[in-house]
Ligand binder design. Structure first.
Ligand SMILES: NC(=O)c1ccc[n+]([C@@H]2O[C@H](COP(=O)([O-])OP(=O)(O)OC[C@H]3O[C@@H](n4cnc5c(N)ncnc54)[C@H](O)[C@@H]3O)[C@@H](O)[C@H]2O)c1
Ligand SMILES: [Zn+2]
Length: 367
């Protein structure tokens, strides 16, 4: 029950990320962190209620820490105004004060939703993240981005709001469906491609052991990603600059999600294809060799991920994909923003990507 700790250093809003195996349900620093609050609301994805939420609630109760358990339906559709309103109403019915804490137990959907509720409730109450998916552990639970979706698009209603602590119990990944695990892995690879060639090389060497949830390898991978994310968030909390690199693969990734209705294709799967396309675009614009996209394609496919648009479906509208790229939050003044790469480990933000280049790459991709 020992954990590695990565500190997210944000002055008065700093917090620890605890990473290890068998930490749930009764990791002592978590119990300590939760004990000072007046009321505690454990908000869990329905898929993890029996496996993790109820044992955690029981362990907390044994330690004299009482919680209200609230369940949220699984899936992206819970990042909605309807769930936001419902959670606020259910919590407010218990007459919480500003010393209350929300505990988000689940994947990125629960973390994003509960974080936003915490930021709004009584103008801000504390919240703790307990991510149970690989994606949430390496990405969404750290850094304070919270959001729900609206009719106009994904993550368009949100706030920057940091948690008080994050607990990543890697043992909980053992129940994660393989497809979800693979999708989370896309975000792991992303860290290597954008900033860390050595980590990318390490992933290529260790990917099979990682895929089998080898404890030491998995711990290293998650710890490394969280440390990288913590450093990026420390340098640029509100995404004015270097944090934008984390959007690598996401401009076309989000377009793919939008075109496929946000349900059939998982976020990480869309990002996997988006990353390969971003490397193809980088090569097309003369920033790197075509071999980079090929190398990443081999790696992603070996991990059970799609790497081309045709791996997802046969028919695509290039116009529609490009239109979604313009709709991206990162598009400024009607220009296309892409994260491109010069080599593995050396990505940069291109705020003025020519539409004609994106179109050419998509035509070759679908030709
Ligand atoms: N805030 C950020 O910085 C950030 C970053 C990346 C992604 N996101 C958001 O995260 C969301 C995706 O997160 P996700 O991939 O974790 O999806 P998710 O929360 O939908 O979880 C994936 C699926 O796994 C199930 N599940 C979760 N944990 C489980 C476990 N341990 N065992 C069995 N089943 C389990 C869930 O019920 C769900 O069906 C998207 O909405 C995306 O926009 C946010
Ligand atoms: Zn992502």
């Amino acid at each position: 029950m020992s954990a590695q700790t990565v500190d997210v250093e944000l002055g008065a809003r700093s917090y620890p990320v605890w990473i290890g195996h068998n930490l749930l349900p009764s990791y002592a620093p978590l119990l300590e962190a939760l004990s000072p609050y007046s009321q505690r609301f454990l908000i869990a994805d329905e898929a993890v209620v029996e496996t993790y939420a109820k044992p955690l609630q029981a362990a907390l109760q044994t330690a004299g820490i009482l919680t209200h358990l609230i369940t949220v339906p699984s899936g992206e559709s819970s990042k909605s105004f309807a769930q936001l309103e419902r959670l606020c109403d259910e919590i407010l019915a218990h007459q919480p004060d500003r010393k209350s804490v929300l505990i988000a137990l689940g994947g990125g959907v629960i973390g994003d939703l509960v974080g936003l509720v915490a930021s709004l409730l009584l103008r801000g109450v504390a919240f703790v993240q307990i991510p149970t998916t690989l994606l949430a552990m390496v990405d969404s639970s750290v850094g304070g981005k919270t959001a729900i979706n609206s009719r106009a698009g994904k993550n368009l209603v949100g706030a920057f709001y940091q948690p008080k602590a994050v607990l990543a119990d890697l043992t909980s990944l053992q129940t994660l469906p393989p497809r979800e695990w693979n999708a989370g892995y896309a975000e792991v690879v992303k860290y290597g491609v954008i900033r860390d060639a050595a980590f990318y090389g390490w992933l290529e060497e260790n990917r099979d052991a990682l895929h089998k949830n080898d404890p030491a390898i998995l711990t290293h991978a998650v710890q490394h990603c969280v440390a990288m994310k913590a450093a990026i968030v420390k340098a640029d909390e509100t995404e004015q600059d270097v944090r934008a690199l984390l959007n690598f693969g996401h401009t076309l990734g989000h377009a793919i999600e939008a075109e496929t209705g946000y349900s059939r294709v998982l976020h990480g799967e869309a990002v996997a294809v988006g990353m390969v396309l971003a490397l193809k675009l980088s090569a097309h614009l003369g920033h790197c060799s075509a071999a980079l996209a090929e190398q990443l394609t081999v790696h992603l496919r070996a991990m059970g991920l799609p790497a081309t648009l045709h791996d997802i479906q046969k028919d695509w509208s290039i116009d529609a994909l490009i239109k979604h790229c313009y709709g991206d939050k990162k598009a400024e003044h009607g220009r296309l923003t892409f994260v491109l790469a010069r080599s593995i480990g050396d990505a940069f933000v291109e705020k003025n990507t020519p539409e004609s280049a994106v179109r050419s790459v998509l035509e070759i991709e679908l030709g």
